[in-house]
Design a protein around this ligand. Structure first.
Ligand code: NAD
Length: 338
């Protein structure tokens, strides 16, 4: 397998390193418009082939192209790669709109090419463990998913904080709650410095009205927090991605009502039992993602994070942006109206 990586800024070199580390990858060509970035990559990965012209990369013998450029360029570069017959890996968020994502999926299907969207967290041991716990019924019926991803973050020039940070949490939510259908989103956000929104809060409503998801993303927080809380009727879980050990803690806590009426008669029972932290794998997520990308191409199947997966996240991002512009009114997803 020969792979081209376009975009060698902050994230692209991680892709180069992980593809070079894969046993079936015989060559990686690194591409960027910026000559300094090409010089830096040559210093880091001695002997690597580089190009400053994307067209030349598409004319080369690479089987696949990984796109790690700014979000507003994903669609154009991805479309050109598919039209040149290359499988694609696209960084999150997949595209800047639902229509763009749908078009790329159509082209890939007609040319029998794979789309892989880098929702990296789905390849972490922690998120895999959370999914396993939920699927095994360990938490019981899920009543909420609540995430906070805030820090003094790098302001992006082309996307707001929702498009930059929320794809991580939305992709995790869709993966671990895959039985639940998101039907609407209400979001609020502000731009404190007269540019793109730097703080936002989003609520996702599901078809099943007893469950709810909430997301807080912020580039202007004095502290860094990467935390997801998921509560089930049996147990509750906290995932703190900033700690190395005990990333996931499961609390045997909950509330029990004997009957709906009992809430008025103070017959609510609180359960605060033990807490435990399961073992999780600490393998680098990008290495597992690179493996899934390559395996899916060789096995002629869709990867776990395929174009549809990317599209579903983009749809919520687009709806959130619409809702923010209308001060939080619910925007319905996928033709849902209620
Ligand atoms: N999966 C993750 O956890 C993760 C983490 C960080 C960033 N990302 C994503 O990676 C992408 C890149 O982010 P970044 O922070 O590395 O951006 P960046 O701005 O640091 O780097 C982008 C690079 O792309 C190059 N570029 C742009 N257009 C080009 C073109 N037409 N041809 C060749 N080179 C071109 C630029 O010169 C620049 O070097 C974004 O989509 C971002 O959302 C993903």
């Amino acid at each position: 397998m020969k792979i081209g990586v376009v975009g060698l800024g902050y994230w692209g070199p991680n892709l180069v390193r992980n593809f070079l580390g894969h046993k079936l990858v015989e060559k990686v060509i690194a591409c960027d418009l910026n000559e300094d970035r090409l010089t830096q990559i040559k210093v880091k990965f001695h002997g690597i082939e580089t190009l400053n012209d994307y067209q030349k990369l598409l004319e080369s013998d690479v089987d696949a192209v990984a796109i790690a450029t700014s979000v507003n360029t994903h669609y154009d570069l991805a479309k050109q790669a598919l039209e040149a017959g290359k499988h694609i890996w696209v960084e999150k968020p997949f595209t800047s709109s639902k229509a763009q994502a749908e078009e790329l999926i159509r082209i890939a299907e007609s040319k029998k090419l794979n789309i892989f969207v880098d929702h990296t967290f789905l390849y972490t041991g922690a998120v895999r463990k959370i999914k396993e716990l939920i699927d095994d019924g360990e938490l019981g019926d899920i009543i909420y998913f609540d995430s906070v991803r805030i820090n003094l973050g790098l302001f992006q020039h082309d996307v707001n904080v929702v498009w930059d940070l929320a794809p991580h949490d939305l992709s995790i939510m869709k993966y671990v709650l895959n039985g639940k259908e998101a039907v609407a989103v209400s979001a609020n956000g502000v731009s404190s410095y007269n540019c793109l929104e730097n703080i936002a809060q989003m609520s996702v409503h599901f078809k099943e009205s007893s469950c709810f998801a909430h997301f807080h993303v912020n580039w202007t927080s004095p502290v860094k927090i990467r935390r997801i809380m998921i509560a089930g009727k049996k147990k509750m879980l906290v995932f703190d991605d900033l700690v190395y050990s005990e990333k996931i803690k499961i609390y045997d806590s909950g509330v029990e009502f004997k009957s709906p009426e009992s809430i008025h008669n103070a017959l609510v029972q609180y359960r605060t039992g033990d807490m435990y932290s399961p073992q999780i794998s600490h393998n680098e997520a990008l290495s597992s993602a690179a493996k899934e990308f390559i395996d899916s191409i060789l096995e002629k199947r869709k990867p776990l994070t395929d174009g549809k997966n990317g599209l579903e996240v983009v749809e919520i991002l687009e709806a959130s942006e619409k809702s923010i512009k209308q001060r939080g009114i619910p925007v319905y997803l996928n033709n849902h109206t209620v």
